[in-house]
Design a protein around this ligand. Structure first.
Ligand SMILES: [Zn+2]
Length: 250
């Protein structure tokens, strides 16, 4: 009896150590229920923008105005694979030295991660998944590139990360001998949609430069399923576009 109680107590302690609550900093948030997106703004003062912000992400991309958008100059180098399950998504942390330059401004690639279904919609339709590539300039400005993922042929670059994903929240895996290149996850066409937005997770900070590639990339149904085994749904609902202008490369 006594030892059973101890075992039970140990089981609870072990479960807690691996739970997202134990690893996340700040208030615990989720994609559904009482800690879901509709409540993020009320959960903590530092999350208030999630509730009252007027330039929030994700949005439905429609009615985009054709414009002469500056080319995104990619300078992505190989990075040793470092993948973390942070309790909200799978995130590949990128080695220093890769960047994009847009309109003369350089943004360094920090990480990329995935959502299912896609957070950004096009003409009201959400895609199977989206990859978000998060960049930061030296003066602290964020630029995120979104790549919409549709079901189709298997994707080798996506598979390289998915095949080595950590299954426990809080777990990080590093592979010194496996390199990944974010360029391999980009579509061939480099046209994109451009608009202002925010982080799609708390604290939902605004002032983020969003660029969503026009051409989706294919991943297999099996690859989508393997991600959904860990995260069945990790997409914030669509936010009001308000008076934002959406532009698209001509
Ligand atoms: Zn994201």
């Amino acid at each position: 009896m006594q030892s059973n109680k101890i075992k039970a107590a140990l089981a609870v302690a072990v479960a807690f150590a691996f739970s997202p609550i134990a690893i996340a900093s700040g208030p615990h948030w989720e994609y559904e229920g009482e800690h879901g997106p509709g409540h993020w703004g009320e959960m903590a003062a530092e999350f208030s923008t999630c509730g009252v912000g007027k330039v929030q992400s994700p949005i439905d991309i429609k009615g985009a105005k054709p414009a002469k958008l500056p080319e995104i100059q990619f300078d992505y180098k190989d990075s040793p694979l470092k993948i973390v399950n942070n309790g909200h998504t799978l995130q590949v942390n990128y080695a220093e030295g890769s960047s994009i330059t847009v309109d003369g401004k350089q943004y360094k690639l920090l990480q990329f991660h995935f959502h299912t279904p896609s957070e950004e919609a096009t003409d009201g339709k959400r895609h199977a998944m989206v990859a978000h590539f998060v960049h930061k300039s030296d003066d602290g400005k964020l630029a995120v590139i979104g790549v919409l993922l549709d079901k189709g042929a298997e994707n080798k670059a996506f598979g390289a990360a998915m095949g080595r994903m950590p299954t426990e929240a809080g777990e990080e895996r590093s592979y010194a001998n496996v390199t990944i290149n974010a360029a391999n996850l980009m579509p061939a066409g480099k046209g994109y949609y451009s608009f202002a937005g925010s982080l799609t997770t708390p604290p939902c900070s605004e002032g983020v430069k969003w660029m969503v590639m026009k051409e989706p990339v294919k991943v297999s149904a099996k690859q989508v399923k393997s991600f959904q085994k860990l995260y069945e749904m990790n997409a914030r609902p669509l936010q009001a576009t308000n008076d934002r202008e959406i532009q698209v490369s001509m």
